[in-house]
Design a protein around this ligand. Structure first.
Ligand code: ACO
Length: 448
């Protein structure tokens, strides 16, 4: 099949959010810790009427409507999520309500779970299906959906919530360079959810940052190696126009891009100029472990990488900074930011994607961009996603109210036999919301 990739996208995030500046004061954190230290502006969250299922129903319905896709044309539906609502019944089966209504129950695919990586696993499954002999000519649909919430403490400001839906098929404006992929998978306890009675993860924040950067190094080396083997020439950062990272918080993205610069320096790549070589020379003899721990190296690489960061990464950071960590949707929300900011000048560009899920699983892969045709064009995708308007029409909550909602959600998690307030006044028309969970834990949704 030719030019298999992403034909269309839609994004949804809750209309409810809290400013990081406000949360900083409330939490008694030093001024600038969340905004400059973590690099975050605002955090979106679900109130009691929204969850990963309602957000997915909203996003999928909207994608099908806005791109005028007949639900019968979907042959595979894959969901990536780490938000556990049911340990057996997949989120995908909830979404089947949309398709059953139209007489389509012939849809393969279930959910994929491993921290923030599930969305990438789902995406690869769909792309592989379209490229395979079992493909029946219909579209694949990928849904990345998560609500990221943390217990009170240093991780709380790194929450977020969103759903992304992506339509997969041939002749796509966003095509996969499937030959160039580098993965790194291993066993780590950096972030996990062993307590099934709680929505909150157990997280070793420092370890998770190091695991992320080690996985990044390893994936980048493998990506470069594959490229060099197939193309017969060296790959360096100069070979890509944009870099999109899984974004738990923006500071880690800044560090990641800087880390790639250090990799290029160590590989003696053509992308590193003389002045950068001079600045990084003192660090060339550090062992791997020393390099992850060195604050001086971090500073030097970030300084060297700054101009390239502004050109190749900054346009991808809007939604992750405004909404927070969206777990499986985070990488694709960063990518959606790029389309939002640059859709008219992306033709012919290469975009490197880095997906990381704690535990841990990671892959670096790349897209080649083309303008596309009709509704499946980069400019129409930007148009449909309408990111600026969605960000602008959000409602900022005071911290007391946010904390109150988090408390209520703790009680609701895993509970049965309750009605929600059914208050959908803040939701825009067409949004699905949770109305009740009955005595058999069955969930009921309505559409505004
Ligand atoms: N002004 C400016 N910067 C400040 C200020 C201030 N007043 N105060 C602190 N900072 C800086 C710190 O120097 C640090 O930056 P640096 O790393 O460049 O030095 C940054 O703000 C964060 O401060 P820390 O003291 O390191 O923060 P803390 O340890 O309290 O929490 C953490 C940060 C570990 C990221 C926590 O939020 C967390 O555990 N989050 C969840 C885990 C996570 O997201 N991991 C990422 C990968 S795994 C995943 O995707 C879930």
């Amino acid at each position: 099949q030719k030019n298999v990739g992403i034909l269309a996208m839609e994004i949804y995030f809750p209309p409810t959010c809290i400013q990081q500046e406000v949360l900083e004061v409330h939490d008694g954190a030093s001024k600038g810790k969340y905004t400059i230290g973590l690099g975050q502006d605002c955090m979106g969250f679900c109130t009691e009427v929204e969850d990963v299922i309602s957000m997915s129903l909203t996003t999928v319905t909207s994608l099908l409507e806005k791109y005028k896709i007949d639900p019968k044309q979907i042959g595979r539906l894959e969901v990536g999520s780490e938000t556990v609502i049911d340990k057996s019944k997949s989120i995908k089966t909830f979404l089947m309500q949309i398709f059953e209504k139209c007489g389509n129950t012939d849809i393969e695919g279930v959910d994929s779970t491993n921290a923030c990586y599930g969305g990438t696993a789902a995406l690869f499954n769909c792309v592989n299906w379209v490229e395979s002999s079992s493909w029946d000519g219909r579209y694949g649909l990928v849904v990345c959906t998560d609500s990221a919430v943390y217990a009170e403490g240093p991780a709380r400001p790194t929450g977020g919530a969103a759903t992304i839906a992506m339509l997969i098929g041939t002749d796509a404006p966003i095509t996969f360079e499937s030959k160039f992929r580098g993965s790194h998978m291993s066993h780590a306890y950096d972030f996990y959810k062993p307590n099934l009675a709680s929505e909150y993860p157990v997280v070793d924040g420092k370890l998770s940052q190091t695991c992320y950067l080690m996985a990044l190094d390893s994936c980048y080396k493998r990506y470069c190696h594959k490229y060099e083997k197939l193309e017969g020439k060296q790959f360096s950062m100069a070979g890509a126009d944009y870099f999109v990272f899984h974004s738990p918080y923006n500071k880690l993205v800044q560090k990641s891009f800087a880390r790639l610069t250090f990799n290029d320096f160590l590989r003696n790549a053509s992308s590193v100029d003389e002045s950068a070589k001079e600045k990084l020379a003192p660090f060339s003899t550090l062992t791997g472990d020393e390099s992850y721990a060195s604050r001086d190296l971090e500073k030097a690489t970030q300084q060297v990488a700054k101009p390239q960061y502004d050109a190749k990464v900054l346009p991808t950071t809007l939604i992750p900074k405004q909404v927070g960590n969206m777990y499986t949707a985070s990488l694709y929300a960063a990518y959606a930011s790029l389309i939002h900011n640059k859709h008219s000048s992306l033709e012919g560009k290469r975009v490197i994607m880095f997906s990381y899920g704690s535990g841990l699983t990671a892959t670096m892969f790349s897209f080649h961009l083309r303008e596309g045709q009709h509704s499946f064009s980069l400019s129409n995708i930007a148009n449909v996603m309408n990111v600026a308007e969605k960000l602008k029409s959000r409602h900022e909550f005071p911290p007391e109210k946010f904390v109150e909602i988090m408390k209520l959600m703790e009680h609701r998690y895993g509970a049965k036999d309750f009605d929600t307030s059914k208050d959908c006044s803040l939701l825009s028309p067409g949004t699905y919301y949770l109305t009740a969970v009955d005595s058999m834990y069955r969930r009921f949704y309505a559409k505004k």
